[in-house]
Design a protein around this ligand. Structure first.
Ligand code: HEC
Ligand code: HEC
Ligand code: HEC
Ligand code: HEC
Ligand code: HEC
Length: 136
């Protein structure tokens, strides 16, 4: 059994399968920030550590929680969750309704055109330096 669990733990990250389903936890009505503690106050939303899961899954041994990284920007792009939260841009605008997703699916593209389109719609900045530190 231990060996099997170990092997599963090794394989999950390889196949990119999450060991956490938002859909399955939806009825608990947890705040997103219960697990993604930086989502409204920091640049990064971040991922939960096992001890966060352990508040409910007390009987279980620690296990890795692989993330898929569906949403990932290159390092040269500046993005801040806090900045968008302050502007009242809801999580669903960019990530869709994750509570219906057993496995996270890309809702809004993270390509430059998708950022710029929404910025134009909302009269937010499209100045290059807002998202890139060009010429420095
Ligand atoms: C607030 C309590 C709570 C927290 C926090 C929580 N869970 Fe759960 N989890 C549940 C409940 C309740 C179920 C059963 C839901 C159902 O299947 O109807 C469940 C089901 C599961 C299942 C599927 C059933 C199983 O045991 O095989 C997995 C896997 C799981 N949780 C992983 C996690 C992980 C990983 C975390 C941390 C990122 C986490 N959970 C955080 C309450 C919680
Ligand atoms: C109980 C903990 C928990 C709660 C509550 C929770 N999440 Fe998550 N979330 C996770 C875990 C664990 C992962 C990593 C697994 C994965 O990628 O599916 C994750 C992944 C994600 C991702 C994918 C990141 C990526 O690039 O792959 C998004 C987006 C996300 N969550 C948004 C939300 C939103 C929005 C809410 C509130 C509606 C929320 N989450 C509530 C635990 C949680
Ligand atoms: C304006 C679009 C937008 C909004 C609004 C937004 N996100 Fe994100 N989210 C992103 C982008 C883009 C990334 C990739 C960031 C990176 O790689 O630096 C991301 C990454 C994430 C991740 C992966 C971990 C991380 O920090 O990179 C989680 C989890 C997440 N978001 C949750 C949330 C939650 C919860 C909310 C609402 C409180 C939210 N997001 C609001 C666009 C958004
Ligand atoms: C759903 C709409 C939406 C999407 C998608 C979006 N943004 Fe924004 N963004 C906004 C709004 C609204 C503001 C706040 C404008 C204000 O307060 O003046 C903002 C502000 C910003 C700021 C701060 C700009 C400043 O004035 O200093 C940066 C940087 C930023 N966004 C980067 C990004 C990047 C990078 C992406 C794509 C990965 C992105 N945004 C996607 C709506 C969006
Ligand atoms: C609202 C945010 C935002 C603004 C404004 C913005 N960019 Fe970007 N840019 C991004 C994101 C996100 C990426 C990475 C994703 C991609 O390649 O589309 C990117 C990628 C790039 C790349 C690399 C493209 C590639 O193919 O690798 C260049 C070059 C670039 N931007 C130049 C600019 C210039 C020049 C401006 C001003 C005219 C600008 N950007 C304005 C968000 C922005």
């Amino acid at each position: 059994m231990r060996v099997l669990l170990f092997i599963t733990g090794m394989l999950l990250p390889v196949f990119g399968e999450p060991s956490f389903s938002h859909k399955r936890h939806a009825s608990l009505n947890l705040e997103c920030t219960f697990c993604h503690t930086g989502a409204v106050t920091r640049e990064r939303a971040g991922f939960p550590a096992w001890k966060t899961c352990h508040t409910c899954h007390t009987g279980k041994a620690e296990q890795p929680i692989p993330s898929q990284r569906i949403y990932k920007l290159p390092d040269f792009v500046f993005f801040s969750h806090a900045r968008h939260a302050t502007a009242q841009v809801d999580c669903t605008s960019c990530h869709g309704n994750v509570k219906k997703q057993a496995k996270i699916e890309l809702y809004r593209s993270t390509k430059m055109a998708a950022c710029v389109d929404c910025h134009k719609e909302n009269r937010a900045t499209v100045v290059c330096n807002a998202c890139h530190e060009l010429g420095q």
